[in-house]
Design a protein around this ligand. Structure first.
Ligand code: SF4
Length: 701
């Protein structure tokens, strides 16, 4: 670990941010070694991805470490589940009780009756969890990938043989931010800084977002689409680009399959027709599509709204078709295949070989999801717990997850957790989800253990996250917890004496020790552009499959369609409710950090002033938001930055200051009291989380 100048007894250590989002910003962390305490965090100007940038969450991230409410000893539930009563127990007892409970379930019902859950993966622990599931013998790793990156990754693999990521490392003439507000939720550290640099240098910008964000104000074109209609808009783009011959004819002829079919098919999606659906005027759609068609290279940065939609398959298919026909796939400054550096492959790390029947055995096989989706959509997990379909699940181990808040349909999650025979949760703090566990494990936070970031997320690099300070006695890294559980739940020889050996395993192919890797800071794979010229695309036809050749075999739609709104319109619920991520929190995390809470003290719902006035609502008023599925209270913020028919609510809200008995007020303002898992998208099991019919009224004081 590199320690820079020491001034006033403060040592400056280089590491990378994590656990406030996916992480990616290189940081300089000031440490008071005598006190074992972080005193300051700054962006590292030499950072490969962030060039000195750091967001408010990154600056405040050490506040997690010394917070008085932090869990510091394993806990065992006393009394009824969710009752908020606990007794401390030793690590040895907590591990033994957890392993015994899961082993008992396996003996009685089979290994697949235990599911392993992860929320937002931040480091290597995600893959140690998959390894734990594999070695235990369970095919069921439950992750929120249905609403995160799986649709874009897997649709990409089926369409063009890889997951096309935005390349901001090379100049682009145009960037399209499609549902991505990257200065607010800076997903990989890199994007905001490198993107902003290019914007300053004159890159054009199209923003697709219902809200007039700060970036939308700077855009060449802002397309304020109706939430949930991304597929309609993307198909209209395809229509314009093909009808007006703005596509890359050479690429299309040589490297695409099914162009004629696509051209014929998208003729119906004129900007005029799609304007009625998307609420974006036809001429604005046409102008933006023309700009995308004419700009080479152009890059699309897509955000999670494309995946919070039952039609995510159509949306991601249409967007990849756009990248392809405009010649923006696999070119510098376009959407590219990121190649990993020389490190251990995922399959080897997680010991996929030990569970060869996984594809057939996993819960989602029953629901006939798209091939290659290897995690279980939360809706299917809860159905298995509650209804035993296709078989019962009785045990659950969760880490980096506040599933009660983050899965669509929170009451369903609550009922499922109530019904489990046994549940263990590893977390930093007590949360509404941890409050439902039988055993809670207190974890070490980022800065308190050696880790490797960005492994397995398809961005072509890994980041060093060395330990900066010691964790409190009693807090263990997730990797260590699972390494020790693994020895008690599966053949012990397949686990390490010390969890840090996972880091060395992963780096072995690079020839580096962990210490040498830390000195380097990161490893990046080689740039690989136009690799198809040598070997074709890794699809059955060797081309980008605008028309999917495997559609019939896998019961997939051959061409992207506008298959309707995510929810039927209902005059009883005339407004459209959407949500967006906060700049100050990570999903449901960190409401307990005072410095962040001061910046965003309570859940806000953005309402157009005319809509608010029509309902007798003033700025700051409590607002009851009702959908067909439930109701919550949030607080009005009046803004004309969105359409009169749209509301933008906050997600992930619970109240750490509320009582444990109330499970910290998880129902009051929680966006997922308003969502449902019926219907789900066929291909990924994705619910509608971004376009819900709703109505509002002023809350009683
Ligand atoms: S943008 Fe993300 S990685 Fe960068 S400092 Fe903020 S939370 Fe950390």
């Amino acid at each position: 670990m590199e320690e820079k100048e020491k001034k006033d007894g403060i040592a400056w250590v280089r590491t990378h941010c994590a656990r406030m989002d996916h992480g990616g910003c290189a940081l300089l962390v000031g440490v008071d070694r005598k006190e074992n305490r972080i005193v300051q965090v700054k962006g590292d100007p030499e950072g490969f991805l962030n060039k000195g940038y750091v967001c408010p969450k990154g600056v405040i991230s050490p506040d997690r470490l010394n917070h008085p409410d932090r869990l510091k000893t394993p806990l065992k539930r006393v009394g009824e589940r969710g009752g908020g009563k606990w007794t401390p127990l030793s690590w040895e007892d907590a591990l033994a009780e957890t392993a015994d409970a899961f082993n008992r379930i396996r003996n009685a019902h089979g290994a697949r009756a235990v599911a392993f859950g992860v929320g937002m993966p931040k480091g290597l622990e995600h893959f140690v969890l998959i390894r734990l599931a594999n070695l235990f013998g369970s095919p069921n790793v439950v992750a929120s990938q249905d609403v995160c990156h799986a649709p874009r990754e897997i649709t990409g693999i089926h369409t063009c043989g890889f997951y096309p990521v935005a390349d901001f490392h090379h100049p682009s003439r145009l960037a399209v931010l499609w549902g991505s507000n990257i200065t607010s939720t800076n997903e990989e550290g890199e994007i905001c800084s490198l993107f902003l640099k290019q914007l300053k240098e004159g890159m054009d910008l199209i923003v697709v977002d219902p809200r007039k964000t700060d970036l939308a104000k700077k855009a060449t074109h802002w397309l304020p689409l109706r939430p949930g209609t991304d597929h309609a808009l993307a198909l209209a783009f395809l229509n314009v680009i093909i009808e007006e011959n703005l596509y890359d004819r050479d690429f299309v002829e040589k490297w695409t399959h099914g162009f004629e079919d696509l051209a014929e098919h998208v003729r119906q999606y004129t900007p005029e027709k799609m304007a009625d659906v998307t609420w974006v005027p036809a001429e604005r759609i046409r102008e933006a599509a023309r700009l995308y068609g004419r700009s080479r290279p152009a890059v699309i940065q897509w955000g999670n709204p494309i995946e919070h939609n039952i039609h995510t398959f159509d949306i991601t298919r249409a967007l990849i078709c756009l990248m392809a026909i405009t010649g923006n796939l696999a070119v510098p400054g376009g959407n590219v295949e990121a190649v990993d550096p020389r490190i251990m492959g995922l399959g080897e790390f997680v010991r996929a070989d030990l569970i060869p029947e996984k594809r057939k055995e996993m819960l989602s096989a029953h629901h006939r999801v798209i091939p290659r989706l290897m995690t279980i959509a939360p809706a299917f997990f809860r159905k298995a717990v509650l209804e035993g379909v296709p078989y019962p699940v009785r045990g659950f181990y969760a880490m980096c997850s506040n599933a009660l808040m983050s899965y669509a349909d929170s009451p369903m999650t609550y009922e499922a957790f109530k019904k489990l025979d046994f549940m263990a949760v590893a977390d930093l703090f007590m949360t509404p989800t941890a409050a439902m566990a039988d055993i809670v494990f207190p974890v070490a936070s980022q800065f308190e253990f050696d880790d490797i970031g960005h492994y397995g997320i398809g961005h072509g690099y890994v980041l060093a996250r060395p330990k900066v300070v010691d964790p409190p006695e009693g807090c263990w890294p997730d990797m260590k917890i699972m390494n020790e559980l693994g020895k008690r739940m599966s053949p012990p020889e397949l686990w390490h004496d010390d969890y840090r050996e996972f880091l060395s395993d992963l780096l072995k192919p690079s020839g580096l020790t962990y210490a040498q890797f830390v000195e380097k800071g990161y490893l990046k794979g080689p740039d690989r552009f136009r690799a198809y010229e040598a070997k074709g695309f890794r699809t059955p036809t060797g081309k980008v499959e605008l028309r999917l050749s495997v559609a019939e075999k896998f019961r997939l739609k051959p061409l992207p369609e506008f298959s309707g709104l995510p929810e039927k319109e209902d005059p009883e619920y005339p407004l459209v409710l959407t949500s967006c991520k906060s700049r100050y929190y990570l999903h449901s995390s960190y409401r307990w950090l005072d410095r962040l809470r001061k910046l965003r003290p309570r859940p806000k719902v953005e309402i157009h002033p005319e809509t608010a006035a029509a309902h007798g609502i003033a700025d700051g008023d409590g607002v009851v938001i009702e959908t067909r599925h439930g109701s919550v209270i949030q607080y009005a913020e009046l803004t004309d930055s969105l359409d009169r028919r749209i509301l933008n609510a906050s997600h992930g809200w619970w109240f750490p200051e509320d009582s444990p008995e109330s499970q910290y007020g998880w129902r009051k303002s929680n966006f997922n009291m308003l969502t449902s898992v019926s219907p789900l998208g066929r291909e990924y099991g994705t619910p509608n989380m971004k376009a819900l019919g709703c109505r509002i009224r002023k809350a009683l004081p």
